[in-house]
Design a protein around this ligand. Structure first.
Ligand SMILES: O=C(O)C(=O)C[C@H](O)[C@H](O)COP(=O)(O)O
Length: 210
């Protein structure tokens, strides 16, 4: 499989409360041009949402986010998750992710964590919480000594800051929830979600111009 970092410039980070929203929401994101979708395991509906998207929306590459235990790795992959994302990592979690057979992005926010992952043969990671942990300045600084590490920064990123991240050589994609405003999801305004997704998908253009 293509690296998770190269599927799309923006990976929507989705919190699903009502499992019946999962399929129309995924269709709206795909129609807008965002095929990789991270469903966070933060709600009881998450696994059902992953299963529904995997079954009904074949064009989606659905993954699981907020994966923090080996049990969640197993449940997510069984439900149909095609990639795994964690906000942070331990050796136990890393071993389970590695054994799952699907691509994974362990979360880091410090230089030592990046070095520790490189030591374990992992070069692709989530940078979380991106804005709070130092944003583009931090990632730019990491690229000097550690250019072999590539990141999906997530956390506090919006449409105006995403292009700055995407312009960095060590950033493959960014994650974010801005294309899924809570009021639009509550109103099931999938047209608005699609329009916001389309704008996000177009951010590749900003990147190409840099
Ligand atoms: O759930 C997880 O595993 C997380 O790591 C948190 C998410 O990545 C952020 O909540 C998304 O970022 P926002 O765009 O700021 O909403």
């Amino acid at each position: 499989m293509t690296s998770v970092l190269d599927l799309a410039p923006v990976v929507p980070v989705v919190v699903v409360d009502d499992p019946s929203d999962a399929v129309p929401l995924a269709r709206a994101l795909i129609a807008g041009g965002l095929p990789a979708i991270e469903v966070t395991l933060r709600t009881p509906a998450a696994l059902e949402a992953i299963r529904a998207i995997a079954d009904a929306v074949p064009d989606a590459v659905v993954g699981a986010g907020t994966v923090i235990t080996p049990e969640q790795v197993t449940r997510a992959v069984t439900a149909g998750a095609r990639f795994l994302v964690s906000p942070g990592w331990t050796d136990l979690l890393l071993e389970a992710m590695r054994a799952s057979g699907v691509p994974y992005l362990p979360g880091v926010s410090t230089t030592s964590e990046v070095v520790a992952l490189l030591e374990r043969g992992v070069r692709e990671m989530k940078f979380f919480p991106a804005e709070a942990a130092g944003g583009t300045a931090y990632l730019k600084s990491l690229n000097g000594p550690l250019p072999q590490a590539r990141f999906c920064p997530t956390g506090g990123i919006g449409p105006t800051t995403a292009p700055d991240y995407l312009a960095l050589p060590n950033v493959g994609c960014v994650g974010g929830s801005w294309m899924l405003p809570a009021d639009a999801v509550a109103a099931r305004d999938w047209g608005r979600v699609e329009a916001l997704a389309r704008e996000a998908a177009g951010l590749t253009g900003s990147r190409a111009q840099v």
